[in-house]
Design a protein around this ligand. Structure first.
Ligand code: SIN
Length: 355
C-alpha cells in the first residue's frame, strides 16, 4: 500500500515537473515572439512597428538603393515586426517640408542632402564650402573628428539624432549657355541651388545668380529656361535626365554632396533597445555598402555622360582648380564671420597646410 502510494506520488511529481517545464517553454517562446513576432504576414499595421523613411531622389540612386536595402534587411532581421516604409521621389515630403515633418513626428527617418540642414543648424554649411575636400574619405574623417561631433550635437539639441552619413560624391556644373572653364565664364548665368547661404555666396562671388528651388522642380525649371544651369552629382544629373536638357557640363568636383540619415530623437528614445540595436547594426552595414555604390555609380555615370554625345564636357585641370579656389576664397571669410573659424581651420585643406 505504502509502495503504491509512493509510486503514485512519484508519477504526480514527474507530471508536475513536465507541466512546469512545458509552461516555462511556452513563456520563453511567448517572450521571444513578443520581441519579434514570427509570422509577420499575419500582423496588422497596428501590431507592426512602422518606420516611415522619406527622401527626395529616385530609387535607382545611391541614396534610393540604400534606403531600400535598409528596409529589406530590417524586415528580414526582425521577422517583419519592424517595417521600414520607404517613400522616394518627394512622394511624401519635398525639400522644405521633410525636416518639419521629421520634427513633428509625421515621418520617422529622412536623409536630406547636408546643405538642406542650413536653416536648422547653419554651421553644417561648412561642408558646402567650395573646394574644401578633394576626396570623399576626407569628408568622413572631418565629420568623425571633434568638429563633426559638435555639429552632430547641435542637431541632437534640436531633437534629431544622426544615424549615419551617406555619400553621393562631388558636384559638377551644368548649363545651357556656354562652356565653363574659368570662374569668369559664370558671369550672368542663373543657377538653381539647394537652400544654403554658402552656396548662394559661392555663385554670387563669381558673378552668377543663384536661387533656391526644391530638387523635384529642377527638371521643369531647366526645361522652361527659368534657370540656365545647376550644380549636382552625376548620379542626380543622370537619374533626372538633366544632361539631355543642358548643353554643357564642367567636371568641376567643386563641392561635396552627402546625406545625414536622421531620426526623430523622441521616437528613437521610445524604441525598444533590441530594435535600436538592429537598426544601428544594419545601418552600419548598409552605410559601408552605400559608400561603395555611390563611388561606383558616379564613376559609371561619368562614362555614360562621356559616351552619350548629348552634352559638351569641360574638364578642370589642377591649374584651373587653383584659379577657382582663389576666386572663391571670400566665401570662406563669409562662413568664418558668421559661424566661427573653428569649423574652417579643421578642414583638410587648412589642416594639411599647417602640418
Ligand atoms: C539629393 O541628392 O537628395 C538632392 C540633391 C539636390 O537637391 O540637388
Amino acid at each position: 500500500m505504502t509502495n503504491l502510494l509512493q509510486s503514485r506520488l512519484n508519477v504526480r511529481k514527474r507530471t508536475l515537473t513536465v507541466c512546469v517545464l512545458i509552461c516555462l517553454i511556452l513563456i520563453l517562446d511567448a517572450c521571444a515572439s513578443e520581441q519579434y513576432p514570427e509570422d509577420h504576414e499575419q500582423l496588422s499595421e497596428e501590431e507592426r512597428l512602422v518606420i516611415r523613411f522619406s527622401h527626395v531622389v529616385g530609387e535607382e540612386t545611391p541614396k534610393g538603393l540604400a534606403a531600400r536595402r535598409f528596409a529589406e534587411l530590417i524586415k528580414e532581421r526582425t521577422g517583419g515586426y519592424v517595417e521600414v516604409q520607404v517613400f522616394s521621389n518627394s512622394y511624401l515630403y519635398k525639400d522644405g517640408e521633410e525636416i518639419d515633418a521629421l520634427l513633428q513626428g509625421d515621418v520617422q527617418i529622412i536623409a536630406p542632402a547636408i546643405s538642406k540642414l542650413s536653416e536648422l543648424v547653419p554651421e553644417w554649411q561648412v561642408l558646402d564650402l567650395p573646394f574644401a575636400f578633394d576626396q570623399v574619405e576626407e569628408v568622413f574623417d572631418y565629420v568623425q573628428g571633434p568638429v563633426g561631433q559638435e555639429l552632430f550635437a547641435r542637431l541632437e539639441a534640436k531633437g534629431i539624432k544622426t544615424l549615419a552619413v551617406w555619400d553621393n560624391g562631388f558636384k559638377h556644373i551644368t548649363n545651357s549657355q556656354r562652356p565653363i572653364q574659368a570662374p569668369e565664364d559664370m558671369a550672368g548665368l542663373r543657377f538653381r541651388i539647394m537652400p544654403s547661404e554658402v552656396l548662394y555666396q559661392q555663385f554670387r562671388q563669381i558673378g552668377a545668380e543663384a536661387e533656391n528651388y526644391a530638387f523635384n522642380e529642377v527638371f521643369q525649371l531647366l526645361e522652361h529656361e527659368h534657370i540656365d544651369g545647376q550644380e549636382n552629382t552625376l548620379s542626380n544629373i543622370i537619374s533626372r535626365n538633366l544632361h539631355y536638357l543642358q548643353n554643357y557640363i564642367t567636371i568641376s568636383n567643386h563641392g561635396y554632396l552627402g546625406y545625414l540619415v536622421l531620426i526623430n530623437r523622441a521616437f528613437w528614445e521610445g524604441l525598444p533597445e533590441e530594435v535600436q540595436d538592429v537598426i544601428l547594426t544594419t545601418l552600419e552595414e548598409v552605410t559601408e555598402w552605400q559608400h561603395q555604390v555611390a563611388k561606383e555609380m558616379n564613376e559609371q555615370n561619368l562614362q555614360e555622360i562621356e559616351a552619350c554625345q548629348c552634352i559638351q564636357i569641360t574638364y578642370l585641370d589642377e591649374e584651373d582648380r587653383e584659379l577657382w579656389r582663389q576666386h572663391l576664397q571670400p566665401v570662406y571669410q563669409y562662413y568664418e564671420d558668421k559661424y566661427g573659424k573653428q569649423y574652417v581651420v579643421s578642414l583638410p585643406r587648412f589642416k594639411n597646410a599647417d602640418q
